[in-house]
Ligand binder design. Structure first.
Ligand SMILES: Cc1cc2nc3c(=O)[nH]c(=O)nc-3n(C[C@H](O)[C@H](O)[C@H](O)COP(=O)(O)OP(=O)(O)OC[C@H]3O[C@@H](n4cnc5c(N)ncnc54)[C@H](O)[C@@H]3O)c2cc1C
Length: 403
């Protein structure tokens, strides 16, 4: 069976891997000249198996006035016409029941991903700077603490292993936290969370798939259209060429809706811009991954450097404010954790990426109403975390469609 995977981010390459394992003849197509050119390039690196909490939750409603007034440095919202329908769907998910269901659905995918990632690490030969770092989410108020306790109870009752720590306990675990400029109320600790470089993984997977003859890659080739006949996929159109396929899997991240719209399929994906900067380590760089919840930033020690990532801007596909936003990210990080990185270094690596966000935070994985057309997209804040199980699931769905 000939399968074309559109998109060579972390989702596209894991999809290709699992498709090759079920015997498909796989071709991955991406318009960029290299793999991992978009959201999978310099993300936070966190394999956040325990932190699948939905962004859409009742507490979010209270934050809206500050967001709209531009008083939240971690997030910007532009009420543009293409944002409003998505925004309304997102608000509809901000109930207690939906937040709970969405958190648990994603948790199950994350826990399966952890097992599959472990299998990949044992079986495939390439290195991607993986570390069993554990993760601390720092809480800055009693409200955050109460909400974290409830979330921890819920997730732990479904197989997760998070612990609520006092600030003193958190500092005993990660001593560099005593060099923070802010105090914190407590922390959630998950010893099972990991950190690794999504770009190295994506590149390593490409090389391995090509070298073993498991998949072909066509890069620098934009898929302009997906051709169908009698409600069945025929081919992808790349310029004036057609690449025939028995099945097509759309892994086009934040651009998936654009590609699917002509087929009448809308996965409701909105591009949410986030940023990172990779700096040399500082005098007191944490070994454990650290998330500052209020500031919306993460500190990950990857590959001997300190990656600081975060912010969530709902401003469409605009990149106009990147310099300013990355500058602000560095300022927020420096004032929060002045010794975590060498902020004065010349060799800063600034980056911005579009998270493919769905209103409910659940990825869109599996078949569509067009025969032979499958989705694996919409992983939002957690694409690196969810990649393995999503890739596995879509490969199973493709094989099932054969029988
Ligand atoms: C600042 C930031 C921090 C993050 N931190 C984390 C984290 O710590 N942990 C975590 O789990 N997740 C994190 N994420 C989220 C994660 O990075 C994404 O969910 C994930 O990378 C999405 O992968 P993807 O393969 O779906 O999309 P992408 O990596 O964006 O890949 C999509 C690919 O499709 C290609 N494409 C699109 N349209 C076409 C077309 N028409 N023809 C050909 N090719 C096309 C693009 O060129 C691109 O290469 C973070 C994201 C950001 C922005």
């Amino acid at each position: 069976m000939r399968v074309v995977v559109v998109g060579a981010g972390v989702i596209g390459v894991t999809t290709a891997y699992y498709l090759s394992r079920v015997g498909c003849e796989v071709t991955v197509v991406d318009r960029a000249a290299t793999v991992a050119d978009a959201a999978s390039r310099a993300n936070g690196g966190q394999l956040s198996y325990s932190f699948t909490d939905a962004l859409a939750k009742p507490g979010f409603i209270a934050q809206i006035p500050a967001l709209l007034a531009g008083r939240n440095p971690g997030s910007r919202v532009q009420l543009a016409p293409d944002f409003l329908p998505w925004g309304l769907r997102f608000l509809a998910q901000c109930t207690k029941g939906r937040a709970r269901d969405n958190t648990l659905v994603v948790l199950k995918i994350a826990m399966r991903s952890a097992r599959l990632m472990d299998e990949i690490r044992r079986n495939l030969p390439f290195d991607f700077s993986h570390r069993s770092a554990g993760k601390l989410v720092l809480l800055s108020s009693d409200d955050e603490l109460r909400s974290a306790e409830a979330s921890s109870r819920l997730k732990n009752s479904h197989g997760c292993a998070t612990e609520i720590l006092t600030a003193e306990e958190a500092i005993r675990l990660e001593e560099s936290l005593d060099a923070l400029s802010n105090t914190f109320t407590g922390a959630v600790y998950s010893r099972n969370d990991e950190v690794a470089d999504a770009r190295l993984f994506t590149e390593g997977m490409q090389t391995w798939l090509e070298q073993t003859g498991s998949a072909k890659f066509i890069l620098g080739a934009s898929v302009d259209d997906i051709q169908t006949k009698q409600n069945r996929v025929q081919s992808v159109v790349i310029g004036n060429q057609e690449l025939e396929a028995d099945a097509i899997v759309v892994c086009a991240g934040a651009w998936s809706s654009k590609l699917l719209r002509p087929l009448g399929i809308d996965p409701h994906i909105y591009p949410v811009r986030g940023y990172s900067v990779t700096l040399p380590q500082g005098e007191r760089s944490p070994l454990v991954s650290v998330t500052a919840l209020k500031q919306r930033i993460v500190f990950s020690r990857i590959n001997g450097s300190m990656r600081i990532a975060g912010f969530a801007d709902f401003t469409g596909f605009s990149t106009a404010d990147d310099r300013q936003r990355i500058g602000m990210l560095v300022d927020v990080a420096r004032s929060f954790a002045p010794l975590a990185a060498d902020y004065t270094a010349g060799e800063q690596q600034p980056w911005g990426g579009f998270r493919p966000m769905t209103p409910d935070g659940r990825p869109r994985t599996g078949k569509t109403r067009v025969d032979g057309l499958f989705l694996n997209t919409g992983h939002g804040m957690l694409g690196w975390t969810l990649a393995c199980a999503s890739g596995y699931d879509v490969a199973q769905a493709v094989t099932k469609s054969l029988h």
